[in-house]
Design a protein around this ligand. Structure first.
Ligand code: MF3
Ligand code: CO
Ligand code: CO
Length: 268
């Protein structure tokens, strides 16, 4: 049984649930590590999806995206101008591509969700810069994840940093509560007004997953497959995603297996 805070439907997770979601989150992050050596020129996105799917299944996890609202694959793989929800297929990676792989695991009924960018071969400096700034946007959002802060300060700071670098922030797709279900409350916008939204409290778990565009913010969803979201101007888009737990102390980045973020000393 999970508790809910009084003003919203945001589930405050119990210690046992946090531990379960952490395990699932680590498995999702390990899947990204497992696929990394295969992200090379000539690899099809279908093949990369197969590597991810096999890794998840071999480790006792169910790929959450397969069959989710009819989504047909075990991962999302979004190349260059694809913002998110790219469906793995015949496309073969080329030298200079930037690619996001997004993995959501269900492990012992808990959900973990993470994505990162991969650089294929020799990538142009402008593309590399977009990827770096997007990674920084995620870290800047995570810095706002402390008890007592307003939820929308995450998006406020992310968008401020993205625009100060000449980029735009996608507003049609957001981060989300996660753990018991794939998508829970709250919605975590990556462009938002300062000091608005829910007050963060220990036990809240959600993703931050900024999608940052080199050109215009607007996106269009492929009319044929109903999923692939592309930039309207055909310019590049990048995304990084972590699953984060609010604690009494610093943010607990559940999908961080590289030790990029310090662990909290106290959780609830
Ligand atoms: N993993 C994505 C997210 O970060 C959602 C993918 S839903 C799918 O929220 F159906 F497209 F797989
Ligand atoms: Co997500
Ligand atoms: Co995701």
């Amino acid at each position: 049984m999970a508790f809910r805070d009084t003003k919203s439907k945001i589930i405050l997770k119990t210690p046992a649930q946090i531990e379960g979601i952490r395990e699932s989150s680590l498995l999702a992050a390990k899947t990204l590590k497992a696929v990394e050596p295969y992200v090379k020129p000539g690899a099809s996105t279908e093949f990369l999806n197969k590597i991810c799917a096999e890794f998840m299944l071999e480790h006792g996890a169910i790929p959450a995206t397969l069959g989710y609202h009819g989504y047909p694959k075990e991962s999302c793989i979004s190349v260059n101008d694809v913002i998110c929800h790219g469906i793995p297929g015949k496309y073969e990676l080329r030298d200079g591509d930037i690619v996001n792989i997004d993995i959501t695991t269900i492990y012992k009924s808990f959900f973990g969700d993470t994505s990162k960018m991969f650089l294929v071969g020799e990538v142009a400096p402008h593309a590399k810069k977009l990827v770096e700034v997007t990674k920084e946007c995620l870290a800047i959002g995570i810095r706002e994840c402390y008890s007592g802060n307003a939820l929308n300060n995450i998006g406020y700071q992310i968008n401020k940093y993205a625009t100060s670098n000449g980029y735009s922030t996608v507003y049609e797709f957001c981060g989300h509560g996660v753990g018991i279900k794939f998508h829970e409350e709250p919605e975590v916008c990556h462009i938002a007004e300062k000091n608005t939204g829910a007050i963060l409290a220990p036990g809240m778990i959600f993703t931050i997953e900024p999608m940052i565009n080199a050109g215009k913010a607007r996106c269009k969803v492929d009319r044929k497959d109903g999923w692939t979201a592309r930039t309207i101007d055909g310019r590049l888009s990048a995304q990084f995603e972590h699953t984060i737990c609010i604690t009494k102390d610093k943010p607990y980045v559940l999908t961080d297996i590289d030790g990029e973020f310090e662990l909290p000393t106290e959780i609830l």
